[in-house]
Design a protein around this ligand. Structure first.
Ligand code: NDP
Length: 451
């Protein structure tokens, strides 16, 4: 049987673009369809604009610190439209880079919504239809609002980067990556931020001590964080919304922002009719090679809801190409993936939390929390945390948790050691770099807890 293409990729985000480029670079004939903008969530409405907003939001604190260091300087006013224009110019540039990379690799691109008709056929919304030996689903995820009357009044993370003006006050709902990162960003930009999280502590699933410190610092920095709290009722009022909380309080917000999770983007793709199995949240079910129940159809990235991070989608893309076009079946290694939360302060983490490790085996916990030099000099109360969770039996470092400015950069390096199986004694054999915050990771002598 002959096909129009060896590979048809649906979705032009980080995973889809990487798979298309690498497969085409190896000689395959490849097409890719994208219904929105090239670059996907990460580049257009996620990691990249978010990180630029983090930078923007840090300047007021930097300016205040600068005063303590002898400078006569103050932040003045923040001009959101000016920043937004520059931000979108940068995103346009990056989208152009993505398009250029695809073109340069010989990938045929279609600016269209694609659906799957059967195991080897893709339909475009313009009416075109193509056959492909393999189809790769890389359609990512979409933000979800809670099932709540009036939820349509709120915005979601996609909308944040497009706002005409910054609201004076905002209610951020949720306690995950997106809620906490944007509470910190908006607070830094001068918005009056209230955050409701329904659980007992934000950032569920991360190390307990790290979560506690981030939450404490967020409150210290002026975020009105309410734990064990959700929205009971929303009423449009005075150009904003009067919100009654489950705790019975009532407060007016100009904007409500739902950061209440993301679902796999599979609605209306025709996958189930083609025989692809979907999970409870619409995620494409795949095996270790990212292959679906239909052997010619694969899926990578957030649409599979495994570990929803850009670098993981890229790894899944590379493993897919190696498996299907390289003749070398390559499972994706989802173990010990370092990750960062760009709160202020940042969290960098790899491996098991203390709580998860303790449930598996006896551990020693090495942990220190202190005021870092730069912030202490500026008379700030901020503290940092450096923590190692160590197996008593093997002495391997099972987890490392850092809460500190620059934690994301630090954990990338620690991730190498942890992935290599380093023991606490390996860490100790490394000479400290002084004066730094990270030197504590190689100088902690005695465990603060054993279990
Ligand atoms: P998360 O799943 O991390 O968090 C969703 C939050 O919303 C949770 O706190 C959840 O509470 C809460 N929630 C869910 N439903 C409701 C509801 N009905 N009412 C009130 N609260 C609710 O999703 P995010 O949207 O924050 O992020 C999505 C994914 O994007 C992340 O998992 C991550 O993989 C990725 N991401 C990564 C980033 C990074 O690497 N720095 C940055 C941003 C996103 P509960 O805890 O009780 O379930």
């Amino acid at each position: 049987m002959t096909f129009d293409y060896d590979l048809f990729v649906i979705g032009g985000g980080s995973g889809g673009v990487r798979a298309a480029r690498v497969a085409a670079g190896g000689g395959a004939s490849v097409a890719l369809a994208e219904s929105s903008r090239y670059g996907g969530t990460c580049v257009i409405r996620g990691c990249v604009p978010k990180k630029l907003m983090v930078y923007a939001s840090e300047f007021p604190t930097e300016m205040r610190d600068a005063q303590s260091y002898g400078w006569t300087v103050h932040a003045g006013g923040f001009n959101w439209p000016r920043f937004r224009t520059a931000l979108h110019a940068e995103l346009d540039r990056l989208e152009g880079v993505y398009r250029g990379l695809l073109k340069g690799s010989g990938v045929a691109t279609y600016d269209a919504r694609a659906t799957v008709a059967d195991a080897h056929t893709v339909l475009l919304d313009g009416g075109q239809s193509f056959t492909a030996r393999h189809i790769l689903i890389a359609t990512g995820g979409v933000p979800v609002r809670p099932d709540l009357d009036g939820a349509g009044h709120g915005i979601v993370s996609d909308d944040i980067f497009l706002m005409d003006t910054l609201p004076r006050s905002i209610l951020v709902v949720g306690g995950g990556y997106i809620a906490c990162e944007f509470s910190c960003i908006l607070n830094g930009l001068g918005v009056d931020v209230t955050q409701y999280y329904r659980g007992a502590q934000i950032l569920r699933g991360f190390d307990g001590e790290a979560r506690g410190l981030v939450s404490e610092q967020m409150i210290d920095h002026g975020i009105d964080l309410h734990l064990g709290t959700n929205i009971l009722d929303i009423r449009p009022e005075r150009g904003g919304y009067a919100v009654t909380s489950t705790k019975g309080t009532e407060k007016w917000f100009q904007t409500i922002f739902f950061a209440t999770g993301r679902n796999p983007n599979t609605a209306g793709l025709g996958l189930e009719q083609a025989g692809v199995r979907l999970g409870r949240y619409g995620q494409v079910e795949v095996n270790e090679y990212s292959q679906t129940a239909v052997p010619s159809i694969y899926a990578i990235g957030d649409v599979t809801d495994r570990i929803n991070l850009t670098p993981v989608a890229i790894r899944e893309a590379m493993a897919f190409v190696e498996t299907v076009f390289g003749g070398n079946p390559t499972p994706v290694d989802h173990n010990l993936i370092p990750t960062a939360i760009f709160t202020q302060p940042e969290v960098g983490t790899v491996g098991l939390s203390e709580e998860d490790a303790r449930a598996i085996e006896p551990i020693d916990v090495y942990c220190t929390s202190f005021k870092p030099m730069k912030e202490a000099f500026a008379k700030r109360s901020d503290r940092v945390l450096m923590k190692l969770v160590v197996s008593q039996a093997t002495r391997r470092v099972l987890g490392c948790h850092i809460v500190a400015p620059g934690a994301a950069e630090m954990i990338q390096m620690v991730g190498i050691a942890v992935k290599m199986g380093a023991t606490k004694e390996d860490f100790d054999r490394v000479c400290a770099v002084h004066p730094t915050m990270a030197e504590e990771l190689v100088t902690m002598k005695a465990p603060i807890r054993k279990s």
